[in-house]
Design a protein around this ligand. Structure first.
Ligand code: SF4
Length: 356
């Protein structure tokens, strides 16, 4: 327990997490009225069947994400816990307090094959609450001790707190640490990701990681028509990624499914009513994806980037995004379908299969 003030509600139960029992629930005055539900999970390693995205295992210490991105695909997984995908996803954060110890035990099994483990596939591993729990150093230490490659995706430069660990690991293990930067446009950023750290600071983090010799790329996702997909908005990210010596750059068009669709359309109505008719057309009749020609248009500024290993536009560019990078089934959708995730999912140079 990291706060002195606490509220214990042992009668609360959350389906889908460990035995469903909440160890304790409390809010933190400095955390904007967010409730944290500490639970004991049954396992730390989550197996993702198929392996088509370049990773077969994920670890997620949190459910819900206080970064509160309007488009977040992980929102729907909160409904598995009997929370809603809107405000609850942002304000009712489940903390699996025993993840580091579980992970150490699971990685120590003789059956563990040291396959790539992806972090950041469901919710952001460096969201605000990680600054209090400090799970990541323990998770990284466990992975390193088990000689297990790792790939991380986050929107927070808090990861630089652990840069020495990443540097040390990357000397003898495939390690890929990637930053999601959908936009540098101040208005678009504030409107779509109200509680994320500055996008410019995320790109600075990429530069620092690269200076330390750590594989680090930039994911521009989701690209949303009329919000952040104008090439004039995207180009500065590309320029900064290149200056930072990023090893990967990719982009993915927005897709909307189930509860995420409802949340996003409610957000449009509140923040960008001018775009409502356009989105109703783009995602008509419950479509999760835009039509291919529109997807192509939306991702035009990033098409081709990251595909240029050995002579490309990014000097250290790695292999193309798994799943084609734009359109098609994306890892987050597959993970959400599997009940294990929802937000941008990293794989990476660790497996020669960068983000998506
Ligand atoms: S997209 Fe990522 S950072 Fe944003 S709310 Fe979802 S998990 Fe958090």
């Amino acid at each position: 327990m990291r706060w002195d003030e606490q509220r214990v509600e042992n009668d609360l139960r959350l389906p889908g997490v460990g035995d469903g029992t909440v160890v304790r629930t409390f809010d933190a005055p400095e955390a904007m009225g967010i409730n944290f539900h500490e639970v004991r999970a049954r396992s730390a390693l989550n197996h993702v069947p198929g392996g088509r995205y370049g990773f077969s295992y994920t670890v997620n210490a949190f459910r819900g994400c206080s970064h509160a991105c309007s488009y977040c695909f992980a929102r729907r997984t909160h409904t598995f816990l009997d929370f809603n995908a809107g405000r609850d996803f942002e304000r009712e954060i489940v903390v699996k307090v025993n993840v580091p110890e579980l992970l150490r035990a699971e990685l120590a099994r003789p059956s563990w094959k040291r396959e790539l483990v992806a972090l950041g596939t469901n919710t952001d591993p460096y969201q605000w609450v990680e600054s209090r729990y400090r799970f990541m150093p323990e998770i990284l230490a466990a992975l390193e001790a088990a000689e297990t490659p790792v790939s991380v995706l986050t929107k927070s430069p808090l990861l630089l707190r652990d840069v020495d660990l990443y540097e040390q690991m990357s000397k003898h293990l495939p390690v890929s640490v990637n930053l999601s930067v959908p936009t540098l446009d101040e208005d678009a950023w504030r409107a779509t990701e109200p509680h994320t750290p500055s996008p410019a600071a995320r790109l600075d983090a990429v530069a620092e990681l690269r200076k330390r010799g750590i594989d680090s790329g930039v994911l521009i996702a989701p690209l949303m028509p009329g919000i952040n997909d104008d090439p004039a908005q995207v180009q500065p990210i590309i320029n900064r990624a290149r200056e930072a010596d990023a090893t990967f750059l990719g982009g993915v068009a927005l897709h909307l499914r189930d509860e995420v669709r409802d949340v996003f359309f409610a957000w449009l109505e509140a923040k960008r009513p001018d775009l409502l008719p356009r989105y109703e057309q783009l995602y008509a009749k419950g479509r999760a994806y835009m039509r291919p020609e529109q997807r192509k248009r939306t991702t035009r500024a990033v098409r081709g980037w990251g595909r240029n290993r050995g002579g490309g536009k990014l000097p250290n560019a790695k292999a193309p995004p798994a799943g084609g990078g734009v359109g098609g089934t994306t890892p987050e959708e597959a993970l959400a379908t599997a009940g294990g995730g929802g937000s941008p999912a990293p794989t990476g140079p660790a497996g020669q299969q960068p983000l998506f």
